[in-house]
Design a protein around this ligand. Structure first.
Ligand code: NAP
Length: 275
């Protein structure tokens, strides 16, 4: 079982650098997937109200018998629940489904700029933090301008910004912004949802290093300092995606992967995602 290093958040709480994502894992497969992940050594699980599998995530955590304080659970408030009171109610629903007394990280899933409510939603998250119902709070899919608005309006700096990030979209500007403000960068779709695993640069590196393409990409993330949350429902891949701590990429290897930048996104652009 792999032990995963942790990264310190800006309020002293620590997050495992590798977590397990469950987007698009159907509720009926989620208990098995999370069980495989916990068996492999993952202790951080990333879900969201949107994913409709919080109940199964909670069930898998409960049946594992792993002490609550060894787990790190993230969930997110969905776009339809922006606003102070609605966000608080959405949190209550998520917590009840998870069967937990607190989450480790609660995120605003998307800024939805057209609604102009994310500052208000943030005030709800601040309350959850103050009440100890979320050990840390953060955001997802925030662009620099959205982050700056929160920084101007609030004393609580987001602990994390969870963003689409992979070699095609390395998010340099956001990573620099995060570094300046002590915000941890968490990469979603760290494997570009599988789309980079047959890239010739990646497969050549993998062959030379005796690793898999997924491991090479995830190792690139770790050496950049990103937190990653790869998703898989396949036990072999789940184990592979956490076995990242006994090899290293050279500067030259990192540069070869950096060269895959082309701006291609998998998800929508946060400035224009207003559903
Ligand atoms: N905040 C947001 O807006 C947002 C958006 C998207 C995702 N996320 C989070 O980020 C997590 C990860 O992102 P993602 O699910 O979009 O994409 P991902 O982790 O980059 O890729 C997942 C895909 O890659 C395949 N895969 C995983 N490991 C592999 C391996 N070792 N070899 C070959 N194929 C492999 C999986 O297949 P199988 O499952 O079939 O094995 C799946 O099709 C999500 O689960 C979610 O928690 C957040």
């Amino acid at each position: 079982m792999t032990a995963v290093p942790s990264v310190a958040l800006n309020n002293g709480v620590t997050i495992p650098q590798v977590g397990f994502g469950v987007f698009k894992v159907p509720e009926e497969q989620t208990v098995d997937a999370v069980r495989s992940a916990l068996d492999a050594g993952y202790r951080s699980i990333d879900t969201a109200a949107l994913y409709q599998n919080e109940r199964a995530v909670g069930a898998a955590l409960a049946e594992s018998g792993i002490p609550r304080e060894e787990l790190f659970v993230t969930t997110k408030v969905w776009n339809s629940a922006h606003g102070h009171d609605r966000a608080l109610r959405a949190f209550d629903t998520s917590l009840a489904k998870l069967g937990l007394e607190y989450v480790d990280l609660y995120l605003i899933h998307w800024p939805v700029p057209a609604k102009e409510r994310y500052v208000e939603t943030w005030s709800a998250l601040e309350k959850l933090l103050a009440d100890g119902r979320a050990r840390a709070i953060g955001v997802s899919n925030f662009q620099p301008a959205h982050l700056q608005r929160l920084l101007d309006a609030s004393d609580v700096v987001p602990a994390v910004n969870q963003i689409e990030l992979h070699p095609n979209l390395p998010q340099r500007e956001l990573r620099e912004f995060h570094a300046r403000h002590g915000i941890v960068t968490e990469a979603w779709s760290p494997l570009a949802r599988g789309g980079l695993l047959d890239d010739p640069t990646v497969t050549a590196l993998a062959e030379r290093l005796g690793r898999t393409p997924a491991q090479v990409i995830l190792r690139w993330h770790l050496q950049l300092g990103n937190v990653v949350i790869p998703k898989s429902v396949t036990p072999r891949r789940i184990r592979e995606n956490i076995a990242l701590f006994d090899f290293e990429l050279s500067e030259q290897d990192l540069a070869a992967i950096d060269a895959l930048e082309n701006g291609r996104r998998i998800g929508p652009h946060p400035d224009h995602f207003n559903r």
